[in-house]
Design a protein around this ligand. Structure first.
Ligand code: ADP
Ligand code: MG
Length: 387
């Protein structure tokens, strides 16, 4: 694993694997260009070094011929060009003569972007299956490979791990370095007291995270639907709240083996998930669905957060997609905003909740990778980082 600053990039032809898997509406307008903006640092650094820049990325999943119409990276190349105030040449192919000739004719500081790498998945999963021939071909297009796509680091695909096997030099770009520089301390010697907030829908998605953090964290504050699996495991009535039967045993075991798991003490409940009429209750009744943590729980969690030096947060505290049930998530954002400590958010929904509620700048780091950040926190080796 080399860092971008440790490699001589002067006048090199660099292949940068970026993560331009951005959300788009049905008219193919980009609805959130955060990932494009986050890639600019590495691209501008390479421009300063007079590199020729070849950009590779995937966009969504490509399973049918129809996906070829809606998953093109062309709109992304236009947005990137606007942000960079510089021409970006889009090649509507992933290999072949047009790719070869365009790259052969590149001058220093030229930028080209190839079509969605997953178009190669249509005929036999060549990208996602890390096909050797495809990896070699892409590697042959440049001198140096820079992996700057954190969101796919937990996958071994042709456009990340594959290329790195067949090119002379590989390194990690600034976006990936920022991620690992912020995430590794959460599993290696975090400043204490260390509080982990875990929410979201399923314990089963977070078992690895819980296992790896239960002895490292001083306090684990539970929210979201996963709280109800824990409460049911304890024998409490949870009404009709979402829970996971198959995780009850795991929840019982972990509650018996540690004493640092803190559960909600009151709840925002309703009769239906889409009903905006709610009540605040300490005890959940038989027909209630609990959709958010209550005010006493928020105050309890505040008391732990205010004494923390490090906070890691994954998973929203409630059904935050409905404004009525986003208060728990928003109050946790507010509490953390006022603290002088290391605060990191990882996870797809939790990161977008923090960003959409307007608190991104108040956190030390908001990860750009959902699955990748969780696997790193689980203590797994991410193949895209070990290049
Ligand atoms: P992340 O992507 O941050 O890891 P998850 O995917 O595990 O988070 O969970 C997010 C989902 O959990 C959201 O769709 C949210 O609505 C849901 N959720 C959280 N709390 C509840 C609840 N009490 N009842 C139903 N759904 C909930
Ligand atoms: Mg999610």
């Amino acid at each position: 694993m080399k860092r971008i600053e440790d490699i001589n990039l002067n006048n090199k032809k660099v292949i940068i694997r970026v993560d331009y898997n951005v959300p788009m509406d049905k008219d193919l307008n980009i609805t959130d260009d955060n990932r494009i903006k986050e890639s600019l640092k590495t691209i501008n650094y390479c421009l300063d070094k007079n590199c020729k820049i070849i950009l590779l990325s995937h966009l969504g999943k490509v399973k049918t011929e129809d996906d070829l119409k809606t998953k093109s990276l062309k709109p992304v190349s236009i947005r990137l060009s606007e942000l960079l105030k510089k021409e970006v040449t889009f090649i509507p192919e992933t290999r072949g003569e047009l790719v070869n000739n365009t790259i052969k004719n590149m001058k220093e500081q030229d930028i080209v972007m190839l079509e969605n790498t997953r178009f190669e998945d249509l005929n036999g999963k060549l990208e996602s299956g890390c096909d050797e021939e495809l990896s070699k071909y892409w590697a042959s297009l440049g001198d140096v490979f820079i992996n700057d796509a954190f969101g796919t680091c937990h996958r071994s695909h042709a456009s990340n791990v594959g290329i790195s096997k067949f090119i002379k030099e590989s390194c990690l770009g600034f976006l990936v370095l920022k991620e690992i520089d912020n995430l590794y301390p959460l599993i290696n010697n975090p400043n204490k007291p260390y509080t982990v907030i875990l929410g979201g829908s399923k314990i089963s998605d977070k078992i690895g995270v819980l296992e790896n953090l239960k002895d490292k964290a001083d306090y684990i504050l539970i929210g979201g639907a996963m709280a109800y699996t824990f409460l049911k495991a304890k024998g409490d009535n949870i009404g009709k709240s979402l829970y996971e039967e198959e995780s009850i045993d795991f929840a019982k075991n972990i509650l018996n083996s540690t004493n640092n798991i803190i559960l909600p003490i009151d709840h925002i409940v309703s009769s239906d998930i889409d009903n905006d009429n709610y009540q605040v209750k300490d005890k959940i009744d038989i027909d209630d669905i609990a959709l958010d943590i209550g005010p006493k729980t928020i105050e309890l969690y505040r008391s732990y957060l205010e004494k923390s030096k490090t906070i890691f947060w994954n998973g929203p505290m409630g059904y935050y997609e409905n404004k009525t049930y986003q208060k728990g998530t928003e109050e946790i954002c507010k509490i953390i905003s006022n603290l002088d400590c290391i605060s990191v958010v990882g996870g797809g929904d939790s990161a977008s909740a923090v960003i959409n509620l307007g608190y991104k700048e108040k956190f030390t780091h908001v990860s750009t990778g959902g699955g990748a950040s969780l696997e790193l926190i689980e203590g797994k080796n991410l193949p895209g980082i070990n290049i």
